[in-house]
Design a binder for this molecule. Structure first.
Ligand SMILES: Nc1ncnc2c1ncn2[C@@H]1O[C@H](COP(=O)(O)OP(=O)(O)OP(=O)(O)O)[C@@H](O)[C@H]1O
Ligand SMILES: [Mg+2]
Length: 342
């Protein structure tokens, strides 16, 4: 449905060229909530803005439903863009218009009657659960409420695609969760495909089914949410996941109470991550029964990636070093990821 082929974006900076997006190809299927994660400056916004050609690529192709947007006339492109809604970190509402007028605005050239347009806008305000604010001006709304209005406005032309650029980055954690729930509802009830940019893996974990990790203009890793969490390959991906799981904080706190000198090949501090059915197996018991490796759990959590359980334990394993190595081989066969911390 969305297909980016070998996209490059180069900017002229002073006298030199800057390669903001470097040969990126990406396929987003109908119904996906596709997360794009990366640090500031990675090129996420630039890449996503090529999807509706707000940013023209220096080279490469953008196909929406097999139609190459680069081949369209200005008028055709304007029409095609109605199929792609967009929301932003700072909401971009028109402050001199009421909530209702903001949602009506994109429909001003539509073929619907005035009454039909208003009915449609009110329906959208109902969908985003903010109908009671229809006659209020944006300055009187909280950030979360503004984003709801922005979502309603982005849906006015019944787009198949919604692009979200850091849509929750200006919101506190609780409001973030409510906006993500709303996006999920939009995805499920209207079948809207969502591409969501964020620098927080936590956001991805909350609603995405697929994720790509971007670094220095390139996608360095991509896959289903479960694949990426179960077997991250790149260090940056692991860092993002650890931040989302709060592992880094936990580890810092644990390190205050642990003496690094105590650890060696026979006593190791490790993180065990397990996905899906292994979450239900008594692996810890087996480590002792099969390998005489003891496990002392220092911290643990189980969360859900969609419907799939995802567990994280920070443990101390003690035993004969060769037995520990064999125990870890066994764990990996059981699809448990072992990351040595000390
Ligand atoms: N119009 C422009 N002219 C020159 N350089 C630009 C332009 N737009 C973006 N860049 C540069 O391209 C790089 C990628 O920018 P982009 O906004 O895509 O990053 P991002 O991943 O969205 O970052 P953030 O998380 O901060 O929003 C940055 O180094 C930025 O300075
Ligand atoms: Mg950005």
């Amino acid at each position: 449905m969305i297909e980016l082929r070998n996209i490059n974006v180069e900017f002229n900076r002073k006298n030199e060229k800057f390669h903001a997006v470097n040969n990126v190809s990406l396929e987003v299927c109908k119904g996906d909530i596709y997360g794009i994660v990366g640090f500031s400056g990675a090129g996420k916004s630039t890449l996503v803005r090529t999807i509706n050609l707000l940013q023209k690529p220096s080279s490469g192709e953008v196909l929406i439903n097999n139609k190459n947007l680069m081949d369209l006339s200005k008028k055709e492109l304007r029409e095609e863009r109605k199929n792609i809604g967009m929301i932003f970190q700072h909401f971009n509402l028109m402050n001199s218009r009421t909530v209702l007028e903001n949602v009506i605005y994109p429909l001003k050239n539509s073929e619907l009657s005035k009454k039909e347009i208003e009915d449609k806008a009110i329906k959208l305000l109902e969908l985003v659960e903010i109908k009671e604010k229809r006659d209020v001006y944006p300055s009187e709304l909280s950030g979360g409420q503004k984003q709801r209005v922005a979502i309603a406005r982005a849906l006015a032309n019944d787009p198949e695609i919604l692009l979200c650029d850091e849509a929750t980055s200006a919101l506190d954690p609780q409001i973030t969760v409510s906006i993500l729930k709303l996006l999920k509802k939009v995805n499920k009830s209207l079948g809207v495909t969502i591409v969501l940019i964020t620098h927080e893996m936590q956001v991805v974990k909350e609603i995405c089914n697929k994720v790509a990790i971007m670094d220095k203009g390139q996608i360095i890793e991509r896959g289903s949410l479960v694949e990426i969490f179960a077997k991250p390959q790149k260090e940056l991906t692991i860092n993002f996941i650890n931040t989302a799981n709060n592992t880094i904080n936990t580890l810092e706190k644990l390190k205050d109470h642990l003496d690094i000198k105590d650890f060696n090949e026979n006593k190791r501090l490790v993180k065990l991550s397990y996905i899906g059915s292994s979450a239900e197996k008594p692996l810890i018991v087996n480590l002792y029964e099969k390998f005489k490796v003891s496990t002392n759990i220092l911290s643990g959590s189980i969360e859900y990636l969609g419907d799939t359980p995802f567990g994280n334990l920070i443990v101390i394993n003690e035993g004969d070093s060769e037995n520990i190595n064999n125990a870890y081989k066994y764990l990996e066969e059981e699809k448990t990821l072992v990351e040595r911390l000390i």
